[in-house]
Write a protein that binds this ligand. Sequence first.
Ligand SMILES: [Zn+2]
Length: 88
Amino acid sequence: MTDDPCADSGSGECREALTELYQYLDGYLAIERRTIIKSHLDLCGQCGSSYEFEFELRQVVSRRCSDQVPERLKARIFQAIVEAQYEG
Ligand SMILES: [Zn+2]
């Protein structure tokens, strides 16, 4: 994973973005933080993928909030994200 731009720990932007990802998804971040996180998610493929995965997962979970999300379905979503990452 040495050719991964996100693996470069020179800036803490990725860590910051991922740390605040859940608050971002929940809408708890202040508008200026949202703007910063959003621009990072747009620019950074890896953080963007993490965001998309969490977002999709939440959609599925909230749609089936009374049921349990089948492991099979979660695995399929995760698989789709991983495949998209390798294709890109
Ligand atoms: Zn990043």
